[in-house]
Design a protein. Structure first.
Length: 351
């Protein structure tokens, strides 16, 4: 009953309902031929009931939080449909059932057929039975409807949060990149155009190739390597950089740009503020569908003020995206050692 192929889903539900009701009535009548015909006559009433509850109660009251109104309207619809159900029984199905049995056994008699239609309509036992019969399948459908609506709302909220987090990536990366370009321009470096081109390629990837939830792990690693090359150009021989990246990515896919902020953080808060010869070690290992990403960097001589938000946006973004997209399938740990910072990310990339 979701928005994808709704007609097929509704048709499938009513076909299953038809089979279930046929089995119940056919067993009660001791004739599945009769059960099929009776349910064919009564199914429109079940369908009318379901769509009235779905439209009037679920869509217009329940999901808007008007629970008391939803309850009262449901009771009114329950009584109305029971009344319609009794009308259908009195004028359509009961006469046919009586004829069906009478046709095979001329001595067959049925007490209710001796009653007037008014007496049948307002008989409390018959009315209570009509309520029971009309509600059985319909409320299975309504339960499924509420479940799918709840799921869709959660998915919509999740997607909205993911879109918000993804939107933060671009300005955050651009902010750090502009700082890098500014540093090179101050030194009047001839490598500034090359860095600008490299940053442009990474931004193109983040804007146009990261629209999907998953991208090729191989492609995401290529962008990570491009970023590392840009930082090597910037720091030249002032940086000791050791990189090991496993090439055995196979057909694995990953949420884009999860690893890049961790590397950015190492360069920004380790290398850029370390006196002497800074160093960074980057290792990416893949074993089956398990990815392990380890980034360690030299520690700056003086810690940044505790209230400094620099770097926190990118890391918090990664944390939130991991919790939303890889719940129970990841870990992200930070270790503040005496002379270095270590970040270890593990993700199970199984489909």
């Amino acid at each position: 009953m979701t928005t994808k192929h709704p007609a097929l889903k509704h048709a499938g539900f009513w076909f299953a309902a038809f089979l279930l009701l046929t089995y119940i009535y056919g067993t009660a009548y001791e004739s599945f031929e009769l059960g099929v015909k009776v349910i064919a006559m009564l199914l429109p009433v079940h369908m009318l009931y379901f769509y009235l509850v779905d439209y009037l109660v679920v869509k217009n009251l329940y999901i808007k939080g008007r629970y008391l109104n939803a309850f009262l309207v449901t009771l009114a619809l329950m009584a109305l449909i029971a009344f319609i159900y009794r009308i259908a029984e009195i004028f359509v199905t009961d006469p046919y059932i009586y004829w069906f049995y009478k046709h095979s056994d001329s001595s067959f008699s049925w007490g209710r057929m001796q009653m007037s239609r008014t007496e049948q309509l307002f008989n409390p036992i018959f009315f209570a039975t009509a309520i029971e019969r009309s509600n059985a399948v319909v409320w299975i459908g309504i339960t499924l409807r509420l479940f799918t609506l709840s799921h869709e709302r959660k998915q919509s909220a999740l997607q909205a949060e993911l879109d918000s987090l993804k939107a933060q990536l671009h300005p955050h990366f651009l902010f750090n990149s502009l700082n890098n370009i500014y540093s090179l321009s101050l030194d009047k470096s001839d490598k500034t155009p090359e860095v600008v081109l490299g940053i442009s390629n990474i931004l193109r990837y983040s804007l146009y190739e990261c629209t999907a939830r998953l991208v090729s792990l191989k492609r995401d690693i290529e962008i990570l390597q491009d970023y590392i090359k840009l930082e090597k150009i910037r720091y030249e021989d002032r940086l000791e950089l050791n990189v090991f990246i496993c090439e055995n990515t196979g057909m694995l896919q990953i949420t884009p740009l999860l690893m890049l902020p961790l590397v950015e953080n190492a360069f920004k808060h380790g290398t850029a503020t370390t006196v002497g010869t800074p160093w960074i070690n980057i290792q990416l290992h893949i074993q089956g569908t398990d990815l392990t990403f380890n980034v360690s960097n030299s520690k700056p001589e003086t810690n940044e003020p505790a209230g400094n938000p620099a770097g926190k946006i990118g890391i918090e973004n990664v944390r939130k995206r991991l919790s939303l997209l890889y719940p129970g399938r990841h870990s992200l740990a930070f270790f503040d050692e005496q002379d270095c910072f270590i970040t270890v990310l593990t993700i199970n990339l199984a489909p």
